[in-house]
Ligand binder design. Structure first.
Ligand SMILES: [Zn+2]
Length: 135
């Protein structure tokens, strides 16, 4: 058993105990048979509820750069205390989590477009300047 800092907020299915992100738990690592990402083996993490010792298992979701609860508990992204404004932000965060990689791709494309637009603008600007200098 090794210590791990819990990366997500979860709620124990057995005793409804909230175990918040950052809680230290002792875990046991297990290969997820047949599941790899970019050639790397994915491991399932087994640990026990801090209150009732029920078995809980989570595993990483590398495509989303996130973790999923496999058994024994329920993911609770809204556990973090917040006022109304922050709740709205959290909803947006959840949506963006799902499209984490898509967003990265979009950002890359946006930067390319920006670069292209800048080049075009500079070219156009130079042309205008040339016209003014040589009427
Ligand atoms: Zn429990």
């Amino acid at each position: 058993m090794l210590p791990i800092t819990l990366p997500i907020n979860i709620c124990c299915d057995t005793c409804q105990n909230y175990i918040s992100k950052g809680t230290d738990v002792n875990f046991r690592k297990e290969e997820v048979i047949g599941e790899t990402y970019m050639g790397a083996q994915i491991f399932r993490f087994h640990f026990k509820c801090t209150r009732c010792s029920a078995a809980i298992a989570i595993k990483p979701h590398p495509k989303k750069s996130d973790y999923v609860v496999e058994s024994g508990a329920t993911r609770d992204p809204e556990f973090e205390p917040s006022d109304d404004d922050e709740e709205q932000e959290q909803e947006q965060d959840t949506e963006s989590d799902h499209e984490f990689m898509l967003d990265l791709i979009d950002i890359q494309e946006e930067q390319d477009l920006l670069q292209f637009a800048l080049m075009t603008y500079n070219k156009w600007n130079n042309l205008v300047r040339d016209d003014q200098e040589n009427p």
